[in-house]
Design a protein around this ligand. Structure first.
Ligand SMILES: C[S@@+](CC[C@H](N)C(=O)[O-])C[C@H]1O[C@@H](n2cnc3c(N)ncnc32)[C@H](O)[C@@H]1O
Length: 254
């Protein structure tokens, strides 16, 4: 598999102890989520950074409406979407750029949440991939295809987008934290632009990360128009401590 040192992964398991630049490789994630029977790493249940129990207080504070249309990007094999649904969130959509991940997650949720929507979507071209999957209103504002997600036809846009450790993976392993590399800034720019476009006015972007504000905010605040105000930064009391960045898209009143 191009770009992935399989011998190292076999020695370390699918979560390498070093060489975290692997986390920027789509080939790595495809390998990791592919079932063992098909020669992959067989990851079907791994929680990065923090669980629903750690995040419940913050999520219920920033997304109080359980009928909100919520998109989890870079969902991986996390239990967050399932636990949110168990807590009453009825319109959770989960995406990842790994097809193996999406197939594994779709199968894992089929019994308990047969209506939960899973789709392949790259955060670098989020609106385009969501539209292709019938999950977002079209460029001219026409409704999304009703078949993929009945809620989309009415809303077209999302009320909230949650990223837990997905941008962390995208930015892993290279560059000087004090002087963000241009290519990574460009990637984060594409992610934020696409996220803001997928959200309704006054919608919430919640990013859970290990990165401190000084190091993450330059990536997230490259354009003044994306967010209505500086973020509310929630502390996630888990391990050595993580951060949940809450941004809102401008509303008509802003
Ligand atoms: C560190 S894992 C986090 C998984 C999950 N959100 C969690 O918290 O347990 C990073 C995830 O982001 C996904 N990912 C990385 N880059 C992506 C991209 N450009 N678009 C969509 N998903 C991406 C990977 O496939 C992987 O599932």
């Amino acid at each position: 598999m191009a770009g992935v040192d399989m011998s190292k992964l076999e020695a370390d398991g699918v979560t390498p102890r070093s060489g975290s630049e692997l986390y920027t490789s789509k080939d790595y994630w495809e390998y990791r989520f592919k079932p063992k029977a098909e020669g992959g790493g067989g990851d079907s249940d791994f929680e990065w950074l923090a669980s629903w129990d750690d995040l419940k207080r913050i999520v219920e504070l920033v997304i109080p409406d359980k009928a909100a249309r919520v998109l989890l990007v870079g969902c991986g094999s996390s239990r967050l979407g399932r636990d949110m649904a168990r807590a009453g969130y009825s319109r959770v959509v989960q995406t990842d750029y790994s097809l193996a991940c999406v197939e594994t997650m779709r199968a894992a949720h089929a019994d308990e949440f047969p209506g939960m929507v899973f789709a392949v979507a790259d955060m670098l071209r989020l609106p385009e991939d969501l539209r292709a999957a019938g999950l977002l209103g079209g460029p001219a504002g026409e409704p999304a295809a009703a078949a993929a997600d009945p809620g989309a036809a009415a809303a077209g846009l999302f009320d909230a987008v949650i990223d837990k450790a997905a941008m962390d993976a995208m930015l892993a392993g290279k560059g000087d934290v004090w002087d963000p590399p241009t290519d990574l800034l460009e990637q984060a720019h594409a992610v934020c632009k696409g996220t803001a476009e997928a959200l309704r006015p006054g919608g919430v972007y919640l990013q859970v990360s290990f990165a401190q504000p000084h190091f993450r905010r330059p990536y997230l605040e490259q354009e003044a128009g994306w967010w209505a105000a500086p973020p509310t930064v929630h502390k996630v009391d888990r391990g050595l401590g993580y951060f949940a960045y809450e941004y809102k898209t401008p509303s008509a009143a802003d």
